[in-house]
Design a binder for this molecule. Structure first.
Ligand SMILES: [Zn+2]
Length: 249
């Protein structure tokens, strides 16, 4: 695995220049993070591995998503792929991996919106969401014996985060899912549940989501391989081995 290389030019890269300047490009959850660059690069490029069909989003599905994500997602790049493995559903890059059962019965709307949040994370923030999600689920298992604890979201956490990028990846997806379902949570300073749609911080977070725009795939791969701002240090990135893991501070 150590011999993995950064891929060369990528088809869908529009040729947009990579961002320059150290630390200029550091979106995503904050704090010390453990990332798996080799895994991230592989998943970004081969998220449809082992799947059969690649279904584009239907106009109805895009109509569900657009009020939340606006123009922040390149909907045309998203594919629902039917797979026998890693199909919880699981989103890898632009590929939402679903089971044969979901293919037959349809993916529940709130699940689709949750997974599209991971597409949004991938397209606008890069692959860090995947390492973050893996680490959060692992931490939840170690601390609480249940990976689903990574998905718990409270009004307190939303208030403390203040901005979407300060929430862990799965909590970002839960926020969007709860927003879509028009749910309420108890926020600090009141014991009465409040609709997310009536809460100023939640509204501002959804605004941040809508304001984002997709990155070029080349930028995403560079960032996954070498970290925020670091790729500019390499003159010939294709000659640099991608690390297996990396801590970011
Ligand atoms: Zn998720």
């Amino acid at each position: 695995m150590g011999g993995a290389r950064v891929p060369g030019p990528i088809g869908t890269d529009s040729g947009a220049p990579s961002p320059s300047g150290a630390r200029a490009f550091r979106p995503g959850p904050v704090g010390t993070e453990l990332r798996f660059p080799t895994l991230e690069v592989f998943a970004a490029l081969h998220g449809d591995l082992g799947s059969r069909e690649g279904l584009p989003l239907t106009p109805e599905q895009i109509d569900l998503a657009r009020p939340i994500f606006g123009a922040s997602i390149a909907y045309g790049l998203v594919r629902l792929v039917v797979s026998a493995v890693a199909n919880a559903p699981t989103t890898l890059g632009n590929f939402i991996r679903i089971s044969r059962e979901d293919r037959r019965n349809g993916v529940p709307s709130e699940t689709l919106i949750h997974e599209l949040t991971h597409v949004w994370q991938f397209q606008t923030r890069g692959m860090r969401y995947m390492s973050n999600s893996l680490c959060q689920q692992l931490t939840a298992i170690i601390k609480k014996g249940d990976r689903n604890a990574a998905y718990d979201l409270t009004g307190q956490e939303i208030k403390e985060a203040g901005t979407i990028d300060r929430l862990p990846a799965e909590k970002q997806a839960m926020l969007v899912e709860l927003w879509f379902l028009d749910q309420a949570l108890v926020f600090p300073d009141s014991s009465i549940p409040q609709r997310l749609r009536d809460n100023a911080v939640c509204r501002s977070m959804i605004g941040e989501i809508q304001a984002a725009r997709p990155l070029a795939l080349g930028q995403i791969i560079d960032e996954a391989a070498f970290g925020p701002g670091n790729h500019s240090a390499f003159h010939e990135p294709e000659d640099q081995p991608v690390p297996l893991f990396r801590f970011e501070f």
